[in-house]
Design a protein around this ligand. Structure first.
Ligand code: ADP
Ligand code: 5GP
Length: 211
């Protein structure tokens, strides 16, 4: 039966594991779409334009915001980030879920938008602050100053944990993955995600009345 797609928002302080978990979710269900954000920050080594982000100028970014093309947008670490609206709307209309890796400001905006009935927001907490630091170091992606900046910013993100539908501590990776899959599977069955139910129930009613 055709259903509507969910907007699945994953937020966490940097290093808590959301990219790793998003990758596992996409391996689990390849119909999941990833919302590719636009950003004014410089690409990092290995990042691909159009896949990791749409790398745009500040002028282009502001023009898109002005035209209403962003579902949400925010300034993070001194750069602008935003989620383009059109691909999200197309995916959920086709019944595909869309994953967002965005910060608390974006999560709040989408949760208040016209699409709010289709939002599933999840916050990932680290088991401890030393473990968060260890993960940032072990990822091997950032220099010492960048890691320190991310650690400084982590409390700002963590302090918004209670604005989310679900919160989980990413201690054991396999367990967190299983919990995420359980939540997504359950949320897909929300009545508001299944507009085709009405037709099915009408068919049941006809059969009931004709028996
Ligand atoms: P984020 O996307 O939130 O910044 P990442 O997914 O890049 O975080 O994870 C940061 C680092 O921590 C990566 O090296 C990843 O392999 C590791 N990691 C993620 N989850 C766990 C976990 N539950 N236990 C141990 N290491 C983890
Ligand atoms: P990074 O520059 O490390 O890729 O991302 C920095 C932060 O920006 C992360 O917390 C990430 O979740 C957030 N972010 C990425 N894209 C978006 C977006 O489109 N909107 C918002 N609000 N935050 C974003």
């Amino acid at each position: 039966m055709k259903r509507r797609g969910l907007l699945i928002i994953l937020s966490s302080p940097s290093g808590a594991g959301k990219s790793t978990l998003a990758g596992r979710l996409r391996a689990w269900d390849d119909s999941l779409r990833f919302s590719v954000s636009a950003t004014t920050r410089e690409p990092r080594e290995g990042e691909v334009d159009g896949k990791d982000y749409f790398f745009v100028t500040t002028e282009d970014f502001q023009a898109q915001v002005g035209a209403g093309d962003m579902l949400e947008h925010a300034r993070v670490f001194g750069n602008y980030y935003g989620s383009p609206r059109t691909p999200v709307q197309a995916a959920i209309d086709e019944g595909r879920d869309v994953l967002f890796d965005i910060d608390w400001q974006g999560a709040q905006q989408i949760s208040k938008s016209a699409l709010r009935d289709h939002v599933l927001s999840i916050f990932i907490l680290p088991p401890s602050i030393p473990e968060l630091h260890r993960r940032l170091v072990s990822r091997g992606q950032d220099d010492v100053e960048t890691i320190e900046r991310r650690m400084q910013k982590s409390w700002d993100e963590i302090s918004h944990w209670d604005g989310y539908d679900y919160v989980m501590v990413n201690d054991n990776l396999d367990e967190t993955e299983e919990r995420l899959k359980t939540i997504i599977s359950a949320e897909r069955l929300r009545a508001s995600q299944q507009p085709a139910l009405m037709t099915h129930v009408r068919m049941l009613q006809t059969q009931f009345e004709e028996r």
